[in-house]
Design a protein around this ligand. Structure first.
Ligand code: NAP
Length: 294
């Protein structure tokens, strides 16, 4: 099988360059510089890395990016007060709260305190509702990135059987909705699997397009997919690797060595969906800034 391995790093770099040009034009014509604020609570090392890479990527394309690093001991009210301040700050166009939050905090209360017009992660209840009806302003970044990957690989979703592993609010649910909507990048028949799904292998074997977002290293093996399947691996899992100087390496939810032998298109981990998530977040931030200029 001739397998197309998606280079998410390259694709994301191309998209960031396009946004850079648009940022320059926006600045020149309106004086507006898109501003992104990222809030991180606690010291999770992986979240720290993601937040830093988001800030770096935003600044590289001429956006303003400020990170707010809060201790694990903060209360809901502290985070919400910070968000209220950012909501009323005209130089801020995008507000993102890095998930997961520590257990003592209410994710729903915090996310829903973000101004929906600055919710560039698309996770506010109102924006999730709009997604349900196909009227979303900001598609959640990871699903949006998946759509761009499929588009760039020339994969049409229409009439395909898409199997989504995972039903999280940031990946599984929104990508299932987007793909089952009417229209371009939709019109698929979607099956969503989760931890209570029985005979998962019999379902994944029917997938024309398989999207894995469950957070279990190498879960999808070669016997679980049919020849020619398109595979999008969202999972980012750390596994022990004594050869690596960090003592671990990143792997996806898909056993790449086996599945890539049968797939027509596949995303690697790292270097697949991850960089696209950041690029789409920047795209949403740019969109929010342009809307604010109208
Ligand atoms: P999550 O909130 O961790 O939830 C996991 C989902 O997988 C749940 O719906 C769960 O089912 C399901 N699941 C768990 N074990 C399963 C099994 N054995 N069989 C079938 N389904 C199973 O999900 P997430 O936040 O979407 O994260 C998933 C993975 O994607 C993680 O590795 C995360 O790091 C990664 N991620 C990557 C990006 C990126 O930019 N590349 C972005 C976001 C997330 P239940 O609902 O029944 O519990």
């Amino acid at each position: 099988m001739d397998t197309q391995v998606i280079n998410g790093v390259e694709l994301a770099a191309e998209i960031r360059l396009q946004i850079l040009d648009k940022v320059k034009i926006l600045k020149k014509t309106t004086g507006i510089i898109p501003g992104l604020s990222v809030i991180l609570v606690g010291n999770d090392p992986a979240s720290n890395v993601y937040v830093k890479s988001k800030q770096k990527a935003a600044m590289e394309i001429g956006m303003n990016a400020v990170d707010y690093l809060l201790p694990e001991t903060v209360k809901d009210s502290d985070v919400i007060q910070l968000i209220k301040n950012l909501n009323s700050d005209e130089s801020v166009h995008g507000i993102l709260v890095q998930l997961p939050l520590p257990e003592n905090l209410s994710k729903t209360k915090i996310i829903d305190s973000i101004d929906p017009n600055k919710d560039v992660d698309g996770l506010h209840t109102l924006n999730m509702g709009k997604l349900m009806t196909g009227r979303q302003i900001f598609p959640p970044a990871t699903p949006y990135g998946i759509q761009k990957i499929l588009l760039s690989a020339g994969v049409s979703v229409s009439s395909k059987h898409v199997v989504v592993l995972g039903r999280s609010e940031i990946v599984g649910k929104p990508i299932s909705l987007l793909m089952s909507q009417k229209g371009v990048m939709g019109d698929a028949t979607v099956t969503v699997c989760h931890s209570k799904t029985r005979n998962i292998e019999s379902i994944t074997n029917q997938a024309d397009i398989l999207i894995a977002a469950i957070g279990m290293p190498n879960f999808v093996t070669g016997s679980m997919v049919k020849d020619g399947v398109v595979v999008i691996d969202v999972g980012i899992n750390r596994v022990v690797d004594a050869q690596n100087r960090r003592g671990y390496k990143l792997v996806g939810d898909v056993f790449f060595e086996e599945v890539s032998k049968k797939a027509s298109v596949i995303t690697p981990v790292p270097g697949g969906v991850g960089p696209m998530t950041i690029a789409m977040l920047l795209e949403n931030t740019f969109k929010s800034a342009s809307i604010s200029s109208l």
